[in-house]
Design a protein around this ligand. Structure first.
Ligand code: MOS
Length: 737
């Protein structure tokens, strides 16, 4: 039976729910000790003095480290980030000098024999500062926004100012709008806190059990920092309890743990606190946007201008693709985009859940709704009238695009026919009822990846690749892909991940894991068949590799011809097992097409006119993401994304008290995320048509489109319910009163 498409339960589900799955903070090693970080309490300035005497004398303390006495990191002399091309500048060098760049910056560390003693002693470290005036207020500093240096150097950079047709053409149009939108900083807040267990096995051999989305990237980063060969760095991340982007590159706390392990010459465990998750592992940057839009009376877009300014730190330029979709989403002759970044005295942001595209979609898809309202047109009809069958930016055909189908299917399921064009016209008892929709898109990316397969005499096949599974069920999908490629049942296949010693894989991000790693897995299965055929000798040599059957106990040709057991085959060739590797690269035909996944999110809301309380009563998300490998895990991922989008729309905001430049949201009591009670039954529809331009599996990626477009769908539904257009997220009840 074909496995791809089946709603197979997670291969590691039992391990996860029984607690048998070990996460980075649960690793036990002999002589393990604990490190706790001390953070700066000012946002900008210098450390005048660190008094660590009391801490050093506290029970169980092995070391108190800071820039004054920490072992030097050899790679810190280097100017540019070694592994992260999308972030320019110098990443924060922990314990490097006396400079403070943000409030909550790690400036010292206590290492002790127990976590409790380390935590206690960390409170005894006294720090004196020379304070400088800090700037953390986005709007007070907005005129300091600059063009990213990439765009300055290269006018063809996707971040550079872009004009198609006439610049700012909307300004002279008769039917136009101009709206500003604000996306607050948001933090990823996965359930699992960031944690690392670092162990120097020799002076030039490092092993880390690390929470990361990229075991290979982490290996390269630490090899660069410590100036040791990459193969001397072993990075293990077997289980990751969510990440949403904050594990896409390494952070200072990881280096801190490695410094500590070097200093005390014992394995060191360091786990961030929930509060430290707000300042040490990135966040979605505070972003201001403005959309100018014009249309003809019959609903044809004539111009869009989309501007964005995203926050970054004073020491690194973080950029993201906030405006990319505006260039390609709709048929529109005149497009202008302008992207700027604003350095503030804060820590550096990183991609978060659907990253810049999700931020950009909030503005674009809200503006589309505003224009539809102005035209007195149904928002779906407005989008249909501006549908484009080729990519108007790249001037290439889409590989596949079923966006219209998504709109039609989703509209039926949500009950769009119950929607009124007039806001506030539908009621359920005393609640106002509204319907909204938003479109999401994200590049159908693929990176080069490798995989290794090992066949054991009993017919078990172990496949390995250095990817991770931050939650979507990567291992499960890979087993299904391999089962079909080999024509065997999934229970004979083990997929292993999360180890830098495995064949290369890109980081798990950008919705590309199945396309990248899945292609390599498919390839390695074919290679395994070829090798088995070769081992089979003359009896198999004339056959097509596709026709070689892999049975329970051995290989054969159709009709059980030439059957030979794995054990015999291996023995004949004096092999204990058969090991093959393969790599998969993005196909050349991709260059002639524009490849994107698409989604449409539909929301039904009820708003209470007296209290402003918003209830989400129904969600339908439809995805055009190519082949769906596993209906169950893919639907889980879509629902997770939709929930994240509801968080973005209604709850999430990381808030800084600008007097101190310090976050006041520092745990999940103040930083709100949706809980079960906030979410109704969510329906997911998959178009599930393979995109064979994308890769041989036909996948396009789900991770980001699960969320992109959801927040504007909620905001548009709230408008439809109340007539109130909220352009400043999150839409809290006070904004509706
Ligand atoms: Mo993601 S923001 O691709 O982890």
């Amino acid at each position: 039976m074909k496995q791809v498409g089946e709603p197979m339960s997670r291969v590691d589900g039992r391990l996860k729910v029984t607690g048998a799955a070990k996460y980075s903070a649960e690793i036990q090693l002999p002589d393990l000790v604990h490190a706790v970080l001390v953070e700066s309490t000012i946002a900008k300035g210098r450390i005048k003095h660190i008094d660590s005497k009391l801490a050093e004398r506290a029970p169980g303390v092995l070391a108190v480290l800071s820039h004054v006495n920490a072992p030097k990191v050899p790679g810190y002399a280097q100017r540019d980030h070694p592994t992260e091309p999308s972030t320019r500048g110098q990443p924060l060098r922990v314990f490097y000098d006396d400079k403070v760049y943000s409030n909550g910056q790690p400036i010292a560390m206590v290492v002790a024999d127990t976590l409790e003693r380390a935590r206690y002693a960390a409170k005894l470290v006294k720090v004196e500062y020379t304070k400088e005036e800090h700037q953390t207020n986005f709007h007070a500093n907005v005129e300091k926004a600059v063009l990213p240096s990439q765009a300055k150097k290269n006018p063809k950079s996707p971040l550079a100012d872009y004009v198609r047709g006439t610049e700012d053409a909307y300004k002279t149009a008769a039917i136009k709008l101009e709206s500003e939108y604000v996306m607050p900083s948001e933090t990823h807040n996965p359930m699992e806190l960031q944690a690392i267990t670092a162990h120097w096995e020799a002076t030039d051999k490092l092993t880390v059990y690390d929470k990361t989305q990229a075991v290979k990237g982490t290996q390269r980063a630490f090899a660069n920092e410590w100036k040791i060969p990459a193969e001397n760095v072993k990075v293990i991340a077997k289980f990751v309890g969510g990440a949403f982007g904050n594990g896409l590159h390494t952070w200072p706390h990881e280096t801190a743990a490695i410094i500590a392990a070097k200093k005390v010459n014992r394995p060191v465990k360091l786990m961030l606190t929930r509060e430290q998750m707000f300042t040490m592992v990135g966040y979605r940057p505070y972003t201001w946007q403005k959309v100018g839009m014009s249309a003809t009376p019959d609903g044809k877009l004539t111009a869009i201008t989309h501007e964005a300014i995203g926050q970054t730190s004073s020491y690194e330029e973080f950029t993201e693709s906030t405006l990319q979709q505006t260039k390609m989403m709709y048929a529109c002759p005149n497009i202008t985009t302008r992207y700027r970044i604003l350095p503030l005295d804060v820590s550096t942001p990183i991609w978060m859940r659907g990253p810049g595209e999700a931020t950009g979609a909030f503005a674009l898809e809200s503006a589309m709704d505003e224009m539809a309202h102005q035209l007195n047109l149904d928002p779906i009809e407005f989008r249909m009238r501006n549908h484009t069958d080729t990519d108007p930016d790249k001037k290439l055909p889409w590989s596949t695009k079923y966006l219209k189908e998504c709109m039609q299917l989703g509209a039926e399921r949500i009950g769009w026919k119950n929607r009124s064009l007039t806001p506030g016209a539908v009621r359920a008892g005393e609640w106002q009822v509204g319907y909204g929709m938003g479109v999401g898109t994200f590049g159908a990316n693929q990176g080069g990846a490798g995989a290794r397969a090992r066949l054991l005499p009993d017919g078990t096949i172990i496949i390995q690749s250095a990817t991770t599974d931050i939650g979507p069920g990567t291992g499960t999908a890979m087993v299904q892909i391999a089962a079909d490629a080999l024509g065997i049942t999934p229970n004979r296949i083990k997929f292993e991940l999360g180890d830098s010693a495995f064949p290369n894989s890109p980081s798990q991000g950008g919705s590309s894991t199945i396309s990248s790693v899945g292609s390599a897995v498919k390839e390695v299965c074919f290679t395994l068949k070829q090798e088995l055929q070769k081992l089979g000798g003359a009896a198999f040599s004339g056959a097509k590799t596709e026709n070689v059957m892999i049975g329970e106990e051995g290989i054969s040709l159709p009709g059980n011809a030439a059957a030979v057991s794995f054990a015999d085959l291996l023995q004949q060739h004096q092999l204990e097992s058969l090991v093959v590797t393969a790599e998969a690269e993005p196909g050349k035909e991709r260059r002639h097409y524009s490849l994107y996944s698409f989604s449409v999110h539909f929301v039904e809301v009820q708003v209470h006119p007296v209290t402003g309380v918003i209830r989400i009563t129904k969600i339908v998300s439809c995805a055009d993401a190519g082949t769906i490998i596993n209906e169950k895990t893919a639907a889980n991922q879509m629902i997770g994304g939709a929930v994240g989008g509801i968080g973005m729309a209604l709850m999430e905001a990381a808030v800084i008290d600008h007097r101190y430049g310090r976050y006041v949201t520092k745990d999940l009591a103040e930083y709100h995320v949706p809980v079960h009670g906030d979410i109704p039954k969510a329906e997911v529809i998959f178009i599930n048509k393979p995109d064979l331009i994308s890769n041989p599996l036909g996948t396009k990626g789900i991770g980001e489109i699960a969320l992109i477009g959801m927040a504007p769908a909620v905001a548009n539904a709230v408008f439809n319910a109340t007539g109130k257009r909220i352009r400043n997220l999150p839409i809290t009840p006070d904004k509706l009163l």
